[in-house]
Design a protein around this ligand. Structure first.
Ligand code: SAH
Ligand code: SF4
Length: 371
């Protein structure tokens, strides 16, 4: 990673990049060339940018940070179609990043989706979430978010997969509690990464004022609201942030977002046996989704070690889904579960293997795999 005080190539602004190049005696047009090269998935450091002379490559490596994340471990699931990365940050903390390849089917093109983390840990503390159990260590910088996508693109390329078509902010952390970095990372992904806003999904547990700021200041990304409960009494327990921003205010913010951006919002529902899988909850969800014209994404809960909860049996899940008539519903592809690949799960797995310390840093026994 080199000198951590050197500005990251992914988020340095155009003026500063031109100035940096000028101090190295290089013309301004090199800026565009450099940015383009840094986004190539086969370029893993300034040394790989062969269009530049060796002395300039060396000077660049001293002056700029090529990546703010270092892939400390990688593992695969689904016959290689899911790649999980453990990304070490400059201060020794680590986050997880998941890349998933979906083959083309019924009019839907091949996709490569990268799931990024926006924080190391999370302060919201949802009891069914592995990240929630670790508390918040710190927020990621915009460069750390963007560089997870670049690292995932390189990992996919290495496996003859990719390029990255979609990015979802569904890894560790609450992106709207880290709004400035989220906004900046989305800007960079759209402007320099070539990923259109409609292919970026920001998932939130419901930071209402930040939803309005995202609508006003961000490009029109897809907004996913992690609802999980349709009554305040239950949501107060499942998503403790609900006590500050109850369902009525949250759904209203979602409706404002949809009006302002023209984008349909999504309600996410982590289906937990005996907790939020009742017919009453399903009917209340249907009413909320119909009102907000929201798409509903049901995710059978992935078991985590810190919770006795789990997914309902298939019959109960079908009954729940059966109540959602008239609403656009998808059931999230939970592939990767067998190998604990789902977002939010990798960290827990590595922790169990003592590769990641409970404070979010990597332990000395870490397994290093090449990407
Ligand atoms: N903090 C944000 C984004 C990260 S979590 C949010 O909560 O929306 C991304 C999604 O994974 C959320 O919908 C979250 O509720 C869900 N999730 C977390 N733990 C889960 C688990 N054990 N099983 C299924 N989904 C889970
Ligand atoms: Fe945080 Fe999202 Fe996990 Fe809740 S589900 S603890 S908001 S990461």
């Amino acid at each position: 990673m080199g000198d951590v005080t050197a500005p990251p190539i992914s988020t340095i602004d155009d003026n500063s990049l031109r100035l940096t190049l000028a101090t190295l005696g290089e013309p301004a047009w090199r800026a565009g060339q450099l940015r383009l090269a840094a986004w190539q998935p086969f370029v893993t450091g300034f040394v790989d940018i062969r269009q530049l002379g060796a002395p300039l490559r060396e000077r660049l490596a001293e002056t700029l940070t090529f990546s703010t994340v270092d892939v400390a471990g990688a593992s695969e699931a689904d016959a290689g179609a899911t790649v999980k990365l453990l990304c070490r940050l400059a201060d020794g903390l680590a986050v997880e990043t998941v890349a998933m390849e979906t083959v083309a089917r019924r009019g839907i093109r091949r996709r490569s989706t990268v799931c990024v983390s926006s924080q190391v840990g999370c302060a919201v503390g949802c009891p069914f979430c592995a990240t929630g159990h670790m508390g918040l260590r710190r927020s990621c910088t915009a460069a750390e978010i963007v560089d997870q996508v670049r690292a995932a693109a390189a990992a996919l390329h290495h496996r003859d997969l990719g390029p990255v078509t979609h990015v979802v902010y569904m890894g560790m952390g609450e992106p709207l509690a880290n709004l400035d970095a989220t906004l900046e990372s989305v800007r960079v992904l759209t402007v320099h990464g070539g990923i259109s806003a409609r292919r970026i999904t920001v998932s939130t547990s419901g930071v209402v004022p930040a939803i309005d700021r995202l609508a006003a200041e961000g490009p029109p990304v897809t907004l996913a609201i992690s609802l999980h409960a349709a009554t305040d009494a239950l949501r107060d327990r499942l998503v403790p942030l609900n006590r500050a921003h109850p369902i009525h205010d949250l759904v209203a913010a979602g409706e404002r977002y949809a009006r302002r951006t023209g984008r349909r919002i999504t309600f996410e529902w982590c289906l937990i046996a005996g907790v939020n899988d009742s017919t009453e909850q399903a009917r209340a969800l249907r009413d909320l989704a119909a009102r907000a014209r929201a798409h509903v994404n049901v995710i059978p809960m992935n078991r985590i070690s810190d919770s006795p909860w789990g997914p309902p049996d298939p019959a109960r899940a079908r009954a729940f889904l059966g109540e959602l008539h008239g609403v656009r519903v998808t059931v999230r592809d939970t592939r990767g579960n067998a190998a604990d690949a789902a977002c939010g799960q990798l960290r827990a797995l590595l922790e169990a293997r003592r590769e990641l310390r409970p404070d979010g840093t990597l332990g000395p026994h870490r397994r290093v795999a090449r990407v």
